[in-house]
Design a protein around this ligand. Structure first.
Ligand code: ADP
Ligand code: GLC
Length: 514
């Protein structure tokens, strides 16, 4: 355990809009599925609460209804819902679900219906028009659930805009509960609000304030209003007792106008309450020695023949020439501007000309889909593009690639560079957010010191990215022993959740003592 406040066992409720095993669009799901288990292993009592999406109701993990019914006002109508229950896979951690079929039982990948967005007829993704009502319902349901389940957490840990109003309702409604006994219980709940990505803020028209049932006086620039919109994320930032984000560098970055997306002022205002904790890796799911998605296994002491076999399988599966010596570059990402797809499409022709192979898996904006398709059509023998969400392929790419590319414009934490290191797949990353905090650039000095784990570049320009990949390819081809050191340095890193959980534990403990 890290030094600091002595941690007594705490009760924690983690509220999120997705968790792996039930619903996933990105890294938040990995965090919400892993952190509670790591906290439980450290002796805390933890539960998770999520919306009951269709994919959670019909997914592989059994979920069952409870007798707890919810009646929640949204605007001038009261909506009825119910709590369901399950446990996080491979654990005893309870997961509660907020059922409200009209709001949450609508996702269907085959029809382009996601958790927060749908694919419009022009192929573009659009937010559901009732997202404000959906997540007003969810936020209030989280606070109702404490009473219904008689589960009174020391810390209510909310995540991202979908839960941004949880601290607001706690402060403005539930801590003023007319029932004195309940009021007392709500008064003892502390809140932590974690920002996983400040780009997504939950911005709604001012008139949607009426859906929240909150007092209009809160619609001001110091509280819920931002650029003339109701802003859920700002609610979380202003009302939570503490705020965190998913790396120390991103915690600094979001206090600047460039990264802060209009909220840098609100964050700077509360900088003494803002912390950065890098995400961890669930090594039970992401370990090349045991990963069920791989055709062969390997570890730091026995990289061959497992890793080359994974590379050959990836090349076969992608229809690329099976060539052990061709540097294979991999990417798995949401295909959105954040991930630096623009840099990739501009720099990639050079990599392909050098004889590299490129494997891309992702889905997102049709604009990036088209650019990547163009690139692939120009280099069909060197590049494979899979547009879609495919967990087994994501694992095979981590294992089969030689280097993993993350030219992100910004990256709050990033998980794939951590997975890559464990899989002996050298990350090439832009120096931003969690990438800056977790990858050490390869130089003669860091190689000699045994600390080099990847390649970094700073300016968000194609030339800088190309040079970083160029350095990686040169080392791979010309100095295989050094490349092997680099792989091993990465594989040796410990980015387990236990390490991050210890930091959250300290943060919770300080929060509870005041
Ligand atoms: P973000 O949360 O910004 O998307 P992270 O690096 O934190 O980025 O996490 C992304 C997670 O989502 C990783 O577990 C990654 O493997 C997974 N992922 C992203 N896109 C896909 C995809 N198309 N298919 C399978 N997994 C994906
Ligand atoms: C966000 C970020 C990513 C982070 C993830 C989980 O989606 O883009 O960097 O790892 O949340 O915290």
């Amino acid at each position: 355990m890290t030094a600091g406040v002595a941690a007594r066992p705490l009760k924690i409720l983690l509220a999120a809009s997705e968790a792996v095993g039930f619903a996933k669009t990105g890294g938040l799901a990995d965090v919400a599925g892993s952190l509670p288990r790591a906290l439980t292993r450290r002796g805390h009592s933890c539960a998770v609460i999520l919306p009951l999406y269709r994919c959670a109701r019909t997914g592989p993990v059994p979920v069952t209804p409870t007798e707890h019914r919810l009646f929640i006002p949204v605007g001038d109508r009261t909506w009825e819902g119910r709590l369901w229950r399950a446990t996080l896979p491979r654990s005893e951690v309870p997961v509660y679900f907020v059922e409200q079929p009209e709001f949450f039982d609508r996702d269907d990948r085959s029809l382009g219906l996601g958790l927060y967005q749908f694919t419009a007829t022009d192929g573009h993704k659009r937010d559901y028009p009732d997202n404000c009502a959906r997540f007003v319902f969810f936020c209030r349901a989280v606070l109702e659930a404490l009473r219904l389940l008689d589960f009174w957490p020391d810390v209510l840990h909310a995540n991202d805009w979908q839960t941004g109003l949880v601290p607001v309702y706690l402060e403005e409604v539930y801590r003023r509960h007319p029932d004195a006994t309940l009021r007392e219980k709500y008064l003892h709940v502390h809140t932590l609000f974690t920002i996983h990505n400040i780009l997504y803020q939950g911005r709604f028209l001012p008139g949607d304030m009426a859906l929240t049932g909150l007092d209009w006086r809160l619609f001001n620039y110091l509280q819920l209003e931002s650029f003339d919109r109701l802003n859920f994320l700002k609610g979380g930032i202003v009302f939570a007792n503490r705020i965190s984000t998913v790396s120390p560098t991103y915690a600094r970055e979001i206090q600047t106008p460039y990264f802060g997306e209009g909220l840098h002022g609100a964050l700077s205002e509360r900088r003494d309450r803002l912390f950065g904790i890098v995400n961890g890796v669930d090594y039970a799911r992401w370990d090349p020695a045991t990963d069920p998605h791989l055709p062969a296994h390997y570890s730091i002491d026995a990289i061959t023949p497992g890793k080359p076999l994974c590379k050959a399988e990836l090349q076969r599966r992608c229809g690329l020439p099976v060539d052990e010596r061709a540097p294979l570059l991999g990417i798995v990402a949401r295909l959105v501007e954040q991930k630096g797809i623009g840099l990739l499409t501009q720099a990639a022709p050079a990599f392909l000309e050098w004889g590299c192979q490129l494997v891309v898996l992702g889905e997102g904006d049709p604009y990036w889909h088209r650019l990547l398709e163009d690139l692939r059509n120009r280099h069909p023998d060197r590049m494979c593009l899979t547009l879609g969400f495919d967990e087994p392929l994501a694992h095979l790419i981590e294992a089969g690639a030689d280097a993993f590319l993350m030219p992100s414009v910004f990256e709050p934490s990033g998980l794939n560079q951590l997975y890559s290191m464990r899989y002996g797949t050298v990350p090439v990353v832009r120096t931003t957010g969690g990438l800056a905090d977790t990858v050490t650039d390869c130089t003669p000095a860091t190689l000699a010191a045994g600390t080099a784990t990847g390649f970094r570049f700073d300016p968000p320009w194609p030339g800088a990215f190309r040079d970083a990949v160029g350095r990686a390819v040169a080392l791979y081809r010309e100095r295989p022993d050094d490349w092997l050191h680099l792989m091993r340095n990465g594989m040796r890193q410990d980015w387990s959740w236990d390490r991050s959980a210890a930091e959250y534990e300290q943060l919770y403990a300080r929060l509870v003592v005041g």
